[in-house]
Design a protein around this ligand. Sequence first.
Ligand SMILES: NC(=O)c1ccc[n+]([C@@H]2O[C@H](COP(=O)([O-])OP(=O)(O)OC[C@H]3O[C@@H](n4cnc5c(N)ncnc54)[C@H](OP(=O)(O)O)[C@@H]3O)[C@@H](O)[C@H]2O)c1
Length: 299
Amino acid sequence: MVGSAIVRELSRQGYTNLIVKSHADLDLTRQVEVEEFFRDEKPEYVFLAAAKVGGILGNAVGKADFMYENMEIEMNVIHSAWKNGCRKLEFLGSSCIYPRLAPQPITENCLLTSELEKTNEAYALAKISGLKYCEYLNTQYRTDYISVMPTNLYGPNDNYHLQNSHVLPALIRRFHEAKEKNLPYVECWGDGSALREFLYVDDLAELCVFLMNNYHGNETVNAGTGKELTIKELANLVAGIVGYTGEIRWDASKPNGTPRKLLNVEKAKALGWTYHTELDEGIRLTYRDFLENTERRGL
Ligand SMILES: NC(=O)c1ccc[n+]([C@@H]2O[C@H](COP(=O)([O-])OP(=O)(O)OC[C@H]3O[C@@H](n4cnc5c(N)ncnc54)[C@H](OP(=O)(O)O)[C@@H]3O)[C@@H](O)[C@H]2O)c1
């Protein structure tokens, strides 16, 4: 999702010399293949958007895989980029790197000040390692490698996998299927009270290109809207846009995740970026993409 949005944004801005590799073309956990790629192509600018990504369930049950694969991808790519003279690299992290009970809205400087959320601890530790490795290269070798920490993202090319998707695409799929099958109710995880923020992926892509051109610094940059809503409000909004009129039931025996996660986005704002796409408009665009690509996705 993020990688394709960055490619769309770069193309929109007129960049043409883009090298893109899918997972099938190049497995970034393979150190030798990654080294060969960087040696042959010598990219000047690298956006590292690839990662093993999942929702609350995938993260909670697959901790070992999430840590190992993400650390491998990050270390292979960042190290090979540096060894091959990459001028600038931008690393995509995630807001789950911040402490579970960080003061809200979360500022960039609260990284590593207290305990992480347990359900996504392995993923967060891997992401923190990636951003720290960029920072250490900058201080030891004077590179210009930066990182950006997005809040929850959604948009075209999202992942609608039943076990591994994030909350917003999961709700789109479940309400869509419930509507198609005329189901009387849909059951959702948790009690719906957790507060979350959502950013449309094309807005993030604009920030990523902006930062690549304009930001230098070791401290990461938060990417979000600065607005939040409860998961219950989100579910009602998605159901309305999808057109599902049945009941929404909450299974409070399942985890809510972090109680609240709102990013402070003043730093990105001060640099000159702000989001454009409001949540209802973004969900409409995302649902349209879901409907148009349902067949391609094999859903
Ligand atoms: N989605 C969000 O809400 C969110 C929020 C904050 C931050 N982020 C960050 O944004 C970045 C992109 O996330 P996304 O939402 O765009 O996820 P995505 O759609 O799943 O994209 C990740 C991409 O990485 C690829 N990949 C995974 N393992 C790979 C490997 N070993 N070698 C090569 N490619 C590999 C995946 O390919 P396959 O699908 O074929 O495995 C996929 O194309 C991640 O770093 C994530 O942490 C995402």
